[in-house]
Design a protein around this ligand. Structure first.
Ligand SMILES: C[S@@+](CC[C@H](N)C(=O)[O-])C[C@H]1O[C@@H](n2cnc3c(N)ncnc32)[C@H](O)[C@@H]1O
Length: 428
């Protein structure tokens, strides 16, 4: 499956809850005995490929057709019920964002006429209320007039697809504003539908439907997915932060060099114990511990490392000064020993080596390192700007690492960018 459709699927799932059956246009209109969309979806996936044509000869309200469209299949639907045909069309038609903006204007015109009807019964548009059996048993008079006005305005719309969209909205509210108890209970009851309620039911329904069309239009341009400002952007990694520098050091350098990693600071896994992330803070949570403590039993060396992503010269210098305290400050030294006693007794009397790791930035490259005060540092790990190579410089004379350069190997991870997440509301 292509990444874009995978992402789209995730967005649907997230916005609607797992296993939702009402995403996108599926919720335009109720229909008896309709499929949950997952049924045609899995069948389509199993038996067809992109570009194939799917036929549903009893398509009802078009569930199969919507799923076929989402999966890039052509589709043909047949149904003897004209409402089924109307709804199926509305659910699969292409409407532009511009078409949808016209809905607001039509609603304004309807509202003016409904207002005139209640004020003085003089309505701009010609409308009629059809005769049919038991009409007044099933509908209040005011409702009949509002429905008549709405229908006339819809018939006045030139664009067929927009008419079908509006007519579907109208059809979907009829039971609500009628005297029928509910979709599934067929008794007539006195609902006391107030003036304007019919209009407002329509408006509410159309608002939800409009939102769905806007969303679908964005997804129609699946290739444009990355450009959507309000969606979470997922793309190739463009930068390394300190956690990734930590990851690279552990997995590409320390472990292959036979170091035992005693503690690593990631969000949620700080130093010697797992710390639950403070809700809502994510990576911004305060971290009090150094990034890596590791031990090389062979040479009886404990290495401590602080990491930075793309940082300035001064902030790397700060890291060096901070971590150097393990060499000089009594309390720091004692804290480290306490930790070692608890987790790696054999390392307590080891030789301490301290280092920093960082990712090159345009402002801070290898040449700039010379300007740092490296007296208290034993080594530094440098990751190239293109994130492909790591190398180590030693400032002391002890050979800590067998290998001093290599390729960066990261799992195939994607970067989630932007602070906003998609608001995908299919249902309403
Ligand atoms: C259970 S519904 C299908 C619902 C559909 N799977 C959905 O998810 O919306 C069955 C449909 O078959 C249609 N139908 C029944 N007999 C038909 C016929 N002879 N020709 C065309 N459609 C027919 C009905 O109008 C009804 O819409």
């Amino acid at each position: 499956m292509e990444t874009s459709s995978l992402v789209m699927e995730m967005e649907f799932e997230q916005s609607n809850g797992n296993g939702s059956t009402t995403y996108l246009t599926h919720n335009f209109h109720t229909y008896p005995a309709k499929f949950i969309p997952q049924i045609p979806k899995s069948t389509i996936l199993q038996f067809t490929k992109e570009g194939d044509t799917v036929l549903d000869p009893f398509c009802g309200c078009g569930t199969t057709l919507v799923e076929a469209k989402l999966l890039n299949r052509n589709s043909i639907g047949v149904d003897l019920n004209p409402i089924a045909v109307l709804v199926s069309k509305a659910k699969t038609n292409k409407l532009s964002d511009l078409d949808i903006t016209i809905v607001e204007k039509i609603l304004n015109k309807i509202k003016l006429d409904v207002t005139s009807y209640y004020d003085n019964k003089k309505v701009n548009i010609n409308y009629n209320i059809p005769e049919f059996n038991n009409r007044d048993h099933w509908f209040q008079q005011n409702v009949l007039h509002e429905l008549g006005i709405i229908k006339a305005h819809i018939q006045d719309v030139n664009k067929k697809e927009l008419r079908e969209f509006l007519a579907t909205a109208l059809s979907s509210i009829v039971v609500t504003v009628s005297n029928q108890e509910s979709d599934t209970r067929f008794a007539a009851i006195d609902k006391q539908i107030k003036p304007f309620r019919t209009f407002f039911e329509l408006k509410k329904k159309l608002e939800g439907m409009k939102k769905v069309i806007f969303i679908w239009n964005k997804f129609n341009g699946l290739k444009e997915f990355d450009k959507l400002p309000e969606l979470t952007k997922i793309g190739d990694l463009t930068s390394l932060d300190e956690d990734l520098v930590t990851y690279i050091t552990i997995h590409n350098i320390l472990i292959p060099n036979e170091f035992k990693v005693l503690a690593a600071s990631y969000p949620g896994a700080q130093a010697d114990r797992v710390v639950l992330v403070e809700p809502g803070t994510g990576r911004k949570q305060k971290r009090k511990y150094i990034d890596i403590i590791s031990y090389l039993p062979d040479k009886n060396i404990t290495a401590m490392q602080e990491n930075k992503g793309e940082y300035s010269k001064s902030s790397i210098q700060k890291e060096i000064t901070e971590i150097s305290k393990y060499n000089t400050d009594k309390n720091y030294k004692e804290a480290l020993k306490t930790f070692q006693r608890r987790f790696e007794e054999s390392s307590v009397d080891s030789v301490l080596k301290i280092g920093v790791g960082f990712w090159s930035s345009p402002k801070f490259s290898l040449a700039t390192i010379k300007e740092l005060d490296l007296r208290n540092l034993d080594y530094y790990v440098y990751i190239s700007r293109d994130m492909k190579k790591w190398s180590i410089w030693r400032t002391g004379d002890i050979d800590i690492f067998k290998k001093n350069e290599g390729e960066v190997k990261l799992p195939n991870i994607k970067e989630i960018g932007g602070s906003q997440t998609a608001k995908l509301e299919g249902g309403f």
